[in-house]
Design a protein around this ligand. Structure first.
Ligand SMILES: [Zn+2]
Ligand SMILES: [Zn+2]
Length: 441
C-alpha cells in the first residue's frame, strides 16, 4: 500500500501525547508457549474471557472494541486462531497459508499505531466481517505452508516456496482491473487493514498476490520490504529520470529507497530535503549529492506555504530555474508547495506523500503558466513494478541491496525485532529513530 513518511508526526504527533499504549506484556519464549495452549492473551486483564483457540498463533492486532480509536495507541500482542484453508470455501481453493518469516513495519502501520489514519477502512471492514479484532501488517515475507488445489495446479505453488505479497488484493473484474490498471482497482482489499494481515505467525492470502522470491539472490530481511521498495520503484518510474536533477522532499524509508533507485535509473543529481537530521544523514549515505535539513515553521496561518529558504536551496542546486523532477514523499501541505515551487518550467512533480484533509496550492497559476506536470503515485503496478523491484535488488552492481541492509537496516541492529521480544513501549521508541523496522516471526 502507499506508505506515508512520518518524518514529523513520529516526533510530535498529537496521538503520542499523554495516552498510554494499550497494555501488553512479553509473551513467553517459544519453548514455554506450549504451557498456554488455550490461547491465553498476553494483554493485561481481559475484560471478557478469551475464547479457547484450537490452534493459537501470536499476532499484533487492533481490537476496536477494547482499544478505542481516540483513546489508545499501539498494537495488542495476543493469540488468535491460526488461519486454515477451508475445503468448503471455494475461494480457499486458490488461496495459500504463508508461514510468516518477516513483516516490515511501514508508515501506514505507524498511522494505525498512532491512530492517525485508516480508521474508517479498519472499522468498516471489521463490521462487515462481524468481528472486532484486526491483525495488522502488510509487508509480508513467508513460506508456503498450505496450498489450495487451484493454487497448486494453476499457480504452480508448492510447500516451502518463499513468497512476498502484493498488499492490494484486487478484484480482477472492475473496469480498471480489466484495462490493466489493477493498482487502482475499485474493489480492492488491503492486507492488514481491510482484511487480516501479516503481523502474525500465519496469514491466508490468495495465490494471485504472491510474488516468488529467490533467497539465494535477495537476503530475507531485504526481501521482506519489496512491497514498500515497490512504492519507490513506482514513483521512480512515473517519469523518466535519466539525466535529470531530482529533489526528494521527505527522506523517510520510501524517500531513501527512491534516492537509490533514481540514481540506479540514471538521475544525474539528487538533493534530499528532510527536517529529521537522522533521515538527512541517511539520505546522504545512500547517494543524495546534497541534503537540506530545516526547522519546521511554527506558523499556524502560513504553515501550508512553501518554505522560501528550501525553494532557494533547491533552485540553486539545479543550476537553472529549478529541478527537473520534484518528488513529494512527506505528505505535508508545505512540502507539496515546496515541490511545486522548486521544479523548473516544464518539470515534473511526483506526489506520493499522503495525508487526509484539504491542501492548498500556493500561486496556483504557476502550475499552468510554467507548464508543470503533476503525477500522483499509489501502490505498485501489478506486476511490472515487482519485476523491476526484483531486478534492482538482485543486481549486486547497483549496491542497493547492500545499502538497504548495511545502512537503512543497520545490519539488523535495533531494526529487527523478534516477536518474542516485542514490547510496545520499546518498539514505539524505535519507530521514531529508524527508517525501517522489521518483525521476525
Ligand atoms: Zn507499507
Ligand atoms: Zn478491480
Amino acid at each position: 500500500m502507499a506508505s506515508t513518511s512520518r518524518t514529523r508526526t513520529q516526533s510530535s504527533g498529537r496521538a503520542r501525547r499523554g495516552v498510554p499504549a494499550a497494555r501488553h506484556t512479553r509473551h513467553p519464549k517459544p519453548a514455554a508457549r506450549a504451557k498456554h495452549p488455550k490461547g491465553a492473551a498476553s494483554v493485561g486483564k481481559p475484560r471478557v474471557p478469551m475464547p479457547r483457540l484450537a490452534e493459537p498463533m501470536w499476532a499484533l492486532t487492533l481490537d476496536v472494541e477494547k482499544d478505542r480509536w481516540d483513546k489508545s495507541r499501539g498494537f495488542r500482542k495476543i493469540q488468535v486462531a491460526r488461519p486454515r484453508l477451508d475445503p468448503k470455501n471455494p475461494l480457499d481453493a486458490s488461496a495459500v497459508i504463508l508461514k510468516v518469516k518477516y513483516t516490515g513495519f511501514c508508515g501506514s502501520d505507524a498511522g494505525i499505531w498512532f491512530r492517525t489514519s485508516f480508521k474508517a477502512m479498519i472499522h468498516d471492514s471489521l463490521k462487515a466481517e462481524g468481528k472486532t479484532t484486526r491483525v495488522i501488517g502488510h509487508e509480508v515475507l513467508g513460506e508456503v505452508a498450505e496450498i489450495g488445489p487451484v493454487a497448486r495446479a494453476h499457480y504452480g505453488l508448492k510447500e516451502g516456496d518463499l513468497c512476498a505479497a502484493e498488499s492490494h488484493i484486487v478484484c480482477g473484474r472492475c473496469h480498471q482491473c480489466l484495462i490493466g490498471q489493477r493498482h487502482v482497482c475499485t474493489d480492492e482489499r488491503i492486507i492488514g487493514i481491510s482484511r487480516d494481515g501479516g503481523f502474525a505467525e500465519y496469514v491466508k492470502l490468495p495465490a494471485t498476490v504472491l510474488w516468488r522470491t529467490d533467497p539465494k539472490k535477495i537476503r530475507l530481511e531485504v526481501a521482506a520490504i519489496q512491497e514498500p521498495f515497490g512504492n519507490a520503484v513506482h514513483a521512480s518510474t512515473a517519469v523518466d529520470l535519466r539525466g535529470k536533477s531530482v529533489a526528494m522532499f521527505g527522506c523517510g524509508a520510501i524517500g531513501q529507497f527512491t534516492i537509490m533507485i533514481a540514481k540506479a535509473l540514471g538521475a544525474s543529481k539528487i538533493i534530499g530535503i528532510d527536517p529529521n537530521p537522522v533521515n538527512a544523514e541517511l539520505a546522504k549515505k545512500l547517494g543524495a549529492d546534497e541534503v537540506v535539513k530545516f526547522d519546521i515553521h511554527d506558523d499556524k496561518r502560513n504553515g501550508w506555504k512553501a518554505y522560501p529558504e528550501i525553494v532557494e536551496r533547491v533552485v540553486k542546486f539545479s543550476g537553472i530555474d529549478g529541478v527537473d523532477v520534484a518528488m513529494e514523499m512527506a505528505g505535508y501541505n508545505s512540502s507539496v508547495n515546496n515541490a511545486i515551487q522548486s521544479v523548473r518550467r516544464g518539470g515534473d512533480v511526483v506526489l506520493f506523500g499522503l495525508k487526509s484533509g484539504d491542501f492548498m496550492i500556493q500561486d496556483f497559476q504557476r502550475v499552468i503558466v510554467k507548464g508543470i506536470n503533476i503525477q500522483s503515485v499509489i501502490g505498485r503496478r501489478l506486476f511490472e513494478t515487482w519485476e523491476i523491484t526484483k531486478n534492482l535488488l538482485e543486481s549486486r552492481e547497483n549496491g542497493i541491496q547492500d545499502r538497504i541492509w548495511n545502512v537503512m537496516l543497520n545490519k539488523g541492529k535495533d531494526t529487527i525485532v523478534d516477536i518474542a521480544d516485542f514490547v510496545p513501549e520499546e518498539f514505539e521508541k524505535k519507530i521514531g529513530t529508524h527508517p525501517k523496522l522489521i518483525i521476525r516471526w
